[in-house]
Design a protein around this ligand. Structure first.
Ligand code: ADP
Length: 454
């Protein structure tokens, strides 16, 4: 592998370009017209307009144009990042057909894990616990009600192809099923191109714990411990940290081993994350994300293993232990605590509406134990309404969790961003809340804590 095309934008494109350059690989960026001045294109060795004439997001989804650029520039691999085409099996197949390495898992893995029902089936087959659910698509109001009568309300209706915290509804009664079912179906069709729905029991106050996996082409599968991503707003992650501060070491072992077992059972390759909901008595598989995740950073900080470099080397056929020099599982250690805050250009005083405009002033924090992964985070950058509102990921690392919280407070205070609104004031309230500091924040913490919004 000599040259990598990065089929993404923003912070993750920059992150991947950096990993490539450290590995002495050349890089090709693509950019939509609206991203003409975006940082990622200037960081790469070459950059090309993609999807000319298309709308901004569609430009980055223009598979044939991306393959065309890869061929034209003799790129021998494509890294899809997260979002956009990262989990698109058709795109992975097109790369393969064009003789280009797709830096991610095999097409078959994307097929299994792109569909939450198939993913659950794989988890059950590997002996993992799943949340009691319909286990197959539900086709009518009566079927959903029958499930609820058996298991009790509340239940959750989910789109089989849903993602990004969307396509899920909590349902509390027969009447709500009646009111919501058809709407959920048409929304699933509209958002994910498929109206398949399934139901499961709604767990009250679980924690979201996920395990980072690396798997090479030689059958080596390792985990890099867990992340706690329970701090969510409307099922979307806001703050993540590693390791969890409430898991016992026995429970940690069980969860990490379950994740490895599942990934081994499907002969998984490349980086992936196995997600669980954890209650005081048990832990339940929810899904696999077959790609790099936004919050991979905190795992890198506690294990000192570069996950994006690992993805690239694995895709190039390298062995985790011999080539990447990652020790055997029992020798892999982690140190300290890392926390990530997703700084977005959203206005917490206006229901988190994305804010746009020119960043007039930008001063970023720094110092010991601080890591920033930004895209267009600089004075003069123009934040457009077309893309995700993630501006910069602020990560800190400290020997203790309370030390990390203190450092994050300092980091958030040190940012000076004028011209666009950000969610920084909101995140400060979250990280200073006693529940967060005690590691007791559950997935419903933000949505059920009104004082955070005062
Ligand atoms: P997505 O793919 O959209 O991210 P996930 O299946 O990963 O969806 O779920 C996202 C979040 O939704 C979880 O972290 C959790 O907060 C909530 N959630 C999902 N399923 C359930 C459930 N059965 N009970 C309670 N909360 C759930």
């Amino acid at each position: 592998m000599k040259k990598v095309l990065i089929a993404n934008r923003g912070e993750i494109a920059v992150r991947i370009i950096r990993a490539c350059h450290e590995l002495k690989l050349k890089t090709v960026a693509i950019f939509a017209k609206e991203d003409e001045l975006s940082v990622h294109r200037f960081k790469a060795d070459e950059a090309y307009l993609v999807g000319a004439g298309k709308r901004p997001i569609e430009a980055y989804l223009d598979m044939d144009d991306i393959i065309r650029i890869a061929k034209k520039t003799s790129a021998d691999a494509i890294h899809p990042g997260y979002g956009f085409l990262a989990e698109n099996e058709q795109f992975a197949q097109k790369c393969q057909d064009a003789g280009i390495t797709f830096i991610g898992p095999k097409v078959d893995h994307l097929k299994i894990f792109g569909d939450k029902i198939k993913a659950k089936d794989a988890a059950v087959a590997a002996g993992l616990h799943t949340i009691p659910g319909s286990d197959k698509p539900v086709g009518s109001v009566a079927e959903v009600q029958a499930f609820a009568h058996q298991h009790g309300y509340p239940i959750m209706i989910k789109a089989a192809l849903g993602g990004g915290g969307r396509g899920m509804r909590i349902i509390n009664s027969d009447q709500e099923v009646q009111e919501s079912f058809n709407r959920a179906r048409s929304e699933a069709k509209q958002s994910f191109g498929d109206d398949e729905l399934y139901v499961e029991k709604y767990l009250k106050n679980p924690k979201h714990i996920e395990v980072q996996i690396l798997a090479d082409q030689h059958g080596n599968v390792i985990h890099l411990f867990e992340r706690d991503c329970s701090v969510q707003r409307r099922h979307q992650k806001v703050i993540e940290f590693a390791p969890s501060i409430v898991l016992s070491s026995q429970r940690r072992q069980e969860i990490c081993q379950a994740a490895v077992r599942l990934m081994k059972s499907v002969a998984y390759q490349n980086a992936g994350t196995v997600e669980f909901l954890v209650t005081p008595d048990d832990f339940y598989f929810i899904e696999v994300n077959p790609r790099v995740q936004v919050e991979h950073t905190v795992t890198e900080m506690i294990t000192e293993i570069d996950i994006v470099q690992a993805q690239i080397l694995i895709a190039d056929g390298k062995d985790l232990h011999h080539d990447l020099e990652i020790p055997e599982q029992k020798e892999i250690a982690y140190h300290g605590y890392a926390i990530q805050c997703r700084v977005t250009t959203e206005d917490p005083e206006n229901n988190f509406m994305p804010d746009t405009g020119k960043i007039e002033t930008y001063r970023s924090p720094g110092g010991f134990g601080v890591r920033l992964d930004g895209g267009n985070a600089y004075a003069g950058a123009v934040i457009t309404p077309y893309f995700d509102s993630l501006l910069v990921k602020a990560c800190v690392m400290s020997r203790t969790f309370t030390g990390a919280v203190k450092k994050m407070n300092r980091v958030l205070d040190e940012f000076i961003i004028r011209g666009v609104k950000t969610n920084i004031p909101f995140m400060k309230k979250v990280i200073n809340h006693p529940k967060f500091i005690a590691g007791q924040a559950h997935t419903t913490f933000i949505d059920s804590t009104p004082e955070l919004f005062e």
